[in-house]
Design a protein around this ligand. Structure first.
Ligand code: CA2
Length: 527
């Protein structure tokens, strides 16, 4: 475990990073507050709720803690007054007092909005940040900046409100989509460019693409990235000076994110483009030597970023509303070299205009694929009742492979196809429906073996039909060759295709079909 500390004027904030799992998180939370027994409100988004939130809730309760739980819709667009009110309403209706604690489990959106809710509820209650993304672990959860967005600017309504501690479980990164991992690493690159020294040397060798790092390198980089942020925040908690350096890449970054439309480029991707603009400006301002700028830009270009259709005019228009504008002057974080940043407000307008045009060329020449295709396809593989018994009973009908054998088989096959699978199984109809509804927030398609619910569940059919994700119905046996009551399937006509009677081999067939459908190559590769 890495134990770091952020020392502010008023308190010491432990930052623990560990491959620990939800049980570890629950024990850490319990020990933070022993022997007091505050009440907790655990908040996460719907995606994280199913992956980790519900299990953390159970572990916390098994530690004897009193915990209320709520999940919110996912996404940057939820960082708004309406969602903030949902959290405040929950705290108020459940009679939370100033002694109690808010637990924010998730990425930057969740820690930002919950930290802000904690800062204003009952004039401030305690909160703990439990980041589950790279960006959250190295940036958003550290430093006590909390906020929601306003229609005119990101993070405009907010407060400084430090958490009691930050507990980061590295294992949660396993379920991040590659694009999130990659773009979270932009904040590590930012930290390294500001710090210079060892972290920059190491990163220079590894390259900026976190997907090429090993798990151990990612862990080490997260720790170093968090350290770099702690260093700067501890010297300037309220952003009156040095902390502004953390806005490196954010002036054009925020404008780009805004103009491209939130969700087209991730925050990290936009900041990564913004950092390229900062290097360009640094060189044109005579601050950075040409050879350093050329080398840096080449290094940065080894990370391919998605393209977005933006114009220099729209980008320039988006600049003045950026909250780093001070009395009409834009403040730029520039570099003379990695490790030597400078805050400048004297960049001539003509140069900013030239830079916007240069940046737009880059952004328009980004990766040709659409942003959606930029990341691997994500497939939910769902199993219904009794399939957890696979491999232990009736092998003559269902084969001898267990459910976990089937999961590894799917994982290997999906990896070869550049896709990602997430598995869920349940013996409960309602839970299967929740998984299907949850998939609409993140999955590209579903493979479902609903077990006996195939032949009975109108509710399952309604869920699949409502979310409209391409779905393959899968059966290990061939129900049409078995008892008559297995002949009817309630889900067949809301699925793209039914694969049955191929045993465990059916999963590769279903995956190939689904992926070909998703990439639009169905006619060419599968029937
Ligand atoms: O063939 C399939 O995959 C089925 O979906 C399996 C269901 C059955 O009700 C469908 O008609 C067809 C049953 C799953 C029961 O799984 C077991 C696994 C091992 C031992 C006993 C049951």
């Amino acid at each position: 475990m890495s134990v770091l500390e952020l020392r502010t004027a008023s308190k010491l904030i432990p930052i623990r990073i560990e491959c620990g799992g939800m049980e570890w998180l629950a024990r850490e939370i319990e020990s933070c507050f022993a022997p007091q027994r505050p009440r907790f409100l655990l908040v996460c988004d719907e995606r994280v709720a199913l992956l980790y939130g519900k299990s953390l809730h159970t572990y916390l309760e098994s530690c004897g803690l009193s915990v209320e739980f709520m999940s919110l819709p996912p996404g940057e667009s939820e960082k708004n007054f309406r969602t903030l009110k949902l959290i405040l309403d929950k705290l108020a209706h459940k009679n939370f007092s100033r002694k109690d604690v808010l637990l924010a489990l998730g990425g930057g959106v969740i820690t930002d909005i919950n930290g802000f809710a904690a800062s204003i509820y009952a004039r401030g209650i305690r909160w703990i940040a439990l980041p589950t993304t790279v960006l959250g672990m190295v940036d958003a959860s550290i430093g006590g900046k909390t906020a929601i967005n306003h229609e005119t600017a990101k993070n405009l309504i907010g407060a400084f409100h430090q958490p009691e501690c930050v507990l980061a479980d590295i294992l949660t990164l396993k379920t991040l989509v590659p694009r999130e991992t990659r773009s979270g690493a932009a904040e590590i690159v930012k930290g390294a460019l500001l710090e210079g020294g060892a972290i920059w040397m190491e990163l220079q060798d590894e390259g900026p693409d976190a997907l090429t790092w090993s798990e151990a390198q990612l862990f080490a980089m997260i720790e170093k990235g968090a350290r770099a942020k702690i260093e700067i925040v501890s010297r300037d908690e309220f952003e009156s000076g040095e902390r502004m350096l953390l806005n490196l890449g954010h002036t054009f970054g925020h404008a780009l994110e805004n103009v491209a439309g939130y969700g087209t480029l991730t925050h990290g991707e936009a900041v990564f483009y913004g950092m390229q603009a900062a290097v360009w400006l640094s060189e044109k301002m005579g601050l950075m030597k040409k050879e350093i700028a050329v080398a840096l830009l080449l290094w940065m270009q080894t990370l391919s970023l998605p393209r977005a259709n933006v114009t220099a005019e729209s980008l320039l228009q988006a600049l003045p509303s950026d909250k780093k504008a001070d009395q009409g002057k834009l403040r730029w974080i520039l570099l003379s070299k990695p490790g030597v940043p400078e805050i400048r407000d004297d960049v001539p307008l003509e140069l900013v205009q030239e830079c916007a045009a240069w940046l737009c060329d880059r952004v328009r020449g980004g990766e040709e694929v659409s942003v959606r295709e930029h990341s691997a396809k994500r497939i939910l593989i769902l199993h219904g009742p009794n399939l957890n018994l696979l491999g232990t009973r009736e092998p003559e009908i269902y084969g001898s492979q267990t459910l976990s054998d089937i999961e590894s088989l799917c994982e290997t096959h999906a990896q070869k196809c550049g896709a990602e699978c997430l598995f869920r199984s349940s013996n409960h109809e309602g839970e299967l429906i929740e998984y299907i509804q949850w998939a609409r927030h993140w999955a590209d398609g579903i493979i479902v073996n609903p077990g006996a619910y195939t032949h009975t569940s109108v509710a399952l059919r309604d869920a699949l039909s409502a979310i409209k994700l391409p779905t393959i119905e899968l059966h290990l046996s061939d129900p049409s060759q078995r008892e008559e009551y297995r002949h009817h399937s309630f889900i067949r006509d809301v699925c793209l295709r039914t694969v049955s009677g191929h045993g465990a081999d059916g999963y590769a067939i279903a995956l190939d079909f689904l992926l070909s459908h998703l990439s639009g190559t169905l006619g060419q590769s599968a029937g």
